[in-house]
Write a protein that binds this ligand. Structure first.
Ligand code: C2E
Ligand code: CA
Ligand code: CA
Ligand code: CA
Length: 278
C-alpha cells in the first residue's frame, strides 16, 4: 500500500486490480447477459419434517457467463445491487418463478411454495407491490404458492417503511419469510415488528450445532419462540446426518440443505418430486 495523500491509500495489489477489472467487466455485461439468456434459475428443494415430503423450493440465481463459466450470486448480486441493475434482474427472477409456479400447479404439485429472494432496493421501490401483483396476474400464478424472502440486514434504516408493502403482499396470500435469521444485530425487533409468516435460521447456526450445547440451546429456543409467535421455521444449510437429527428433534418444521438436496434444474426438480411422492 502506498500513501497517496492524507488519509487516502491506493492499494497496488495485482489480485485486487484484477478483481476490480472483473467487477467492471461484470457490471458492463449485465444487460447483455439478460438479453442473451445467460441467467438461469436453479431450485433447491425443502423437506417437510411432518410429511417427509417436499414443502417447496428456493429459487437461486445462476449466471452462466460465456468466458468465466458459472458465477456465484454471492459474487454478482452485490454488484447488481450497487449499480441498480438488481431491480430489472429481480423482476426477471420473479417472472421466471411465476412461470415455474404455473408449471408446478399444472403438474399437480400442490401445495408447493416457490421462494424468491428480494433485495432491499426492490422492496423499497414505490412500485414493488404492483410489480409483484402484475407478474402473478400476467403469468397466471397462484399468489399462495409464492414466498418472498427478505433479510433483516436489508431492512436497516427502512424497517418502518417496509411494513406497509409487506402487509399488502401478505393480504393477497403471498408468504413473507425472514431469511438468514440470527446474522443481523437486532433480530428480535424484526421478529416483533415485521408481518412475516416464516423464518429461516441461518446456516451458520446449523453448522456449529453438533457437539456444541450452547448453540443447541439457542437453536431450540429460536424454534420455540417462532412457534409461540405462530410462525413456521426452516433450518438452512443442513449438510450432515447429525445436523439433520438435531434440527428434527428440535421441532423445526422444514429443512433446506445439501443433506436433502442441493440446488438443481427444473427438470431435476420434477424428477425429484416424482421420486419422493408418497
Ligand atoms: P441465501 O438466500 O441464504 O441462499 C442459500 C444459499 O445457501 C445458496 O447459495 C445455497 O446454494 C446455499 N446452500 C444451500 N444448502 C447448503 C448447505 O447445505 N451448505 C452450504 N454451505 N450452503 C448451502 P447461492 O445459491 O450461492 O446463493 C447465495 C446468495 O445469493 C443467496 O443466499 C442470496 O442471498 C443471493 N441470491 C441468490 N439468488 C438470488 C436472487 O434471485 N435475488 C437476490 N436478491 N439474491 C439472490
Ligand atoms: Ca434466501
Ligand atoms: Ca439464507
Ligand atoms: Ca444470505
Amino acid at each position: 500500500a502506498k500513501a497517496a495523500g492524507r488519509n487516502t491509500y491506493c492499494v497496488y495489489e495485482p489480485q485486487m486490480s484484477e478483481m476490480a477489472a472483473l467487477r467492471v467487466e461484470l457490471e458492463q455485461s449485465f444487460k447483455r447477459a439478460l438479453a442473451e439468456n445467460e441467467f438461469e434459475l436453479y431450485y433447491q428443494p425443502q423437506q417437510d419434517f411432518e410429511t417427509n415430503g417436499i414443502r417447496g423450493v428456493e429459487a437461486l440465481l445462476r449466471w452462466k457467463h460465456p468466458s468465466h463459466g458459472y458465477i456465484s450470486p454471492a459474487d454478482f448480486i452485490p454488484i447488481a445491487e450497487q449499480t441498480g441493475f438488481i431491480v430489472e434482474l429481480g423482476e426477471w427472477v420473479l417472472r421466471k418463478a411465476c412461470q415455474f409456479i404455473v408449471r408446478m400447479s399444472e403438474n399437480g404439485f400442490i401445495p408447493f411454495k416457490v421462494c424468491v429472494n428480494i433485495s432491499a432496493m426492490q422492496l423499497t421501490r414505490f412500485d414493488f407491490v404492483d410489480m409483484v401483483f402484475r407478474c402473478l396476474a400476467e403469468e397466471g400464478a397462484r399468489p399462495d404458492m409464492l414466498e418472498l424472502e427478505i433479510t433483516e440486514t436489508m431492512l436497516i434504516g427502512s424497517l418502518d417503511s417496509s411494513i406497509e408493502p409487506l402487509l399488502l403482499l401478505k393480504e393477497r396470500g403471498i408468504h413473507i419469510a425472514l431469511d438468514d435469521f440470527g446474522t443481523g444485530y437486532s433480530s428480535l425487533n424484526y421478529l416483533r415488528k415485521l408481518p412475516i409468516n416464516h423464518l429461516k435460521i441461518d446456516k451458520s447456526f446449523v453448522q456449529d450445532i453438533v457437539g456444541n450445547p450452547g448453540e443447541q440451546e439457542i437453536f431450540n429456543s429460536i424454534v420455540d419462540l417462532v412457534h409461540k409467535l405462530k410462525l413456521t421455521v426452516t433450518a438452512e444449510g443442513v449438510e450432515t446426518e447429525e445436523q439433520y437429527a438435531f434440527v428434527k428433534q428440535g421441532g423445526c418444521n422444514y429443512l433446506q440443505g445439501y443433506y436433502f438436496c442441493k440446488p438443481i434444474t427444473e427438470e431435476a426438480v420434477v424428477l425429484f418430486l416424482k421420486s419422493k411422492k408418497v
